[in-house]
Design a protein around this ligand. Structure first.
Ligand code: TXA
Ligand code: MG
Length: 305
């Protein structure tokens, strides 16, 4: 059910949960100061209680109340990438344990979507996980949220998400910023600011929180990540490539444009379920650099979880 930003602010102030757009994916928002709203978020998503949430704010100056200590380069990271698709894990103060899943750290982000910022300015800090059932692909449009949570669920409509994949999460460990979750900002984009390219802490090796171990982004269909398509019935491929004419082809976008591919990926993964497809082949013949690294990781998680 579409609601206005003003109605969303009103509901959030009453401790209710609403869905709102961000530049990465749609989120389920609840007040950081409403334990009831946070419980409701976990229960709506069917999210395990040990998977913590990201605290979203409208400005850096609001953070001091919730952050115990700022690691080196915090300021330049914040000033360069906020508002935007970056989440920083920082030592927490005054963040309810239900939001951090009992960790001593908390995740923080200032989103850039106009509607999200407008709402946050009026409500104060909100926890906002992606607006999808736990384990499923995130929502990149109003329609996706409605499919997961029902037509009566309150959603502020804000168009198709510009990035289409979640924020990049950084954590400061062993004297360096490291990537806890690949996302809309590529590892290379931090090079000039940090003077190094942050490593990706692959969750299968060393989970920094149990939440990393759960299923992610997965449709019901069996996915084959390949670059051979002889047996393929349905291919998620690139618009500038040729595939066997025996297969149905859905376009992710051009193989020269990772931004469009990232924006389209979850919509197509969701479309597989919607059209009750049992299997699909995904063309993974693309570079291992920049945003492509995030795209590949999402495809792998969708296929193997
Ligand atoms: O782009 C985004 O970040 C979206 C939009 C809505 O802002 N939000 C989002 O939230 O992706 P969610 O809840 O779907 O993912 C949050 C991730 C989880 O993987 C969780 O494990 C991790 O952040 N996380 C949160 N707090 C953490 C902490 N203190 N330490 C390690 N990981 C943490
Ligand atoms: Mg999520």
């Amino acid at each position: 059910m579409k609601i206005s930003s003003i109605q969303a602010v009103e509901l959030l102030r009453q401790g209710k949960v609403v869905a709102i757009p961000t530049e990465t994916v749609y989120g389920l928002a609840g007040s950081l100061h409403s334990e009831q709203a946070i419980h409701e978020i976990f229960s709506l998503k069917n999210r395990p209680a040990n998977n913590p949430l990201i605290v979203h704010l409208s400005s850096i100056s609001d953070m001091d109340e919730y952050v115990a200590d700022y690691p080196p380069h915090f300021e330049v990271l914040a000033k360069t990438f906020w508002p935007g698709p970056l989440t920083l894990i920082l030592p927490a103060a005054n963040v309810p344990a239900i939001a951090t899943a009992g960790l001593t750290t908390a995740a923080f982000r200032i989103p850039s979507h106009k509607i999200a910022l407008e709402i946050l300015t009026l409500t104060g800090p909100l926890v906002i996980p992606s607006a999808n059932l736990s384990g499923k692909p995130s929502s990149t449009s109003y329609k996706h949220v409605e499919r997961d949570f029902g037509e009566n669920f309150p959603v502020v409509e804000g168009g198709i998400c510009e990035k289409g994949v979640e924020s990049t999460i950084l954590i400061f460990q062993e004297d360096k910023w490291q990537i806890a979750r690949l996302g809309a900002i590529a590892a290379e984009d931090f090079q000039t600011i940090l003077n190094y390219k942050p490593n990706y802490l692959s969750s299968s090796h060393s989970p920094i929180c149990p939440g990393q171990l759960y299923r992610h982004y997965a449709p019901k269909a069996k996915l084959f990540l390949e670059n051979r398509f002889a047996k393929a019935t349905l291919i998620l491929g690139f618009s500038d490539r040729q595939y066997p004419s025996s297969a149905e082809v859905w376009h992710l976008g051009s193989s020269q444009d990772p931004y469009t591919v990232a924006k389209e990926l979850y919509r197509l993964l969701r479309e597989l379920d919607l059209r009750e497809k049992k299997e699909a082949w995904i063309d993974i013949d693309f570079p291992n650099t920049g945003l492509w690294t995030t795209i590949r990781e999402r495809m792998e998680k969708a296929a193997h979880s």
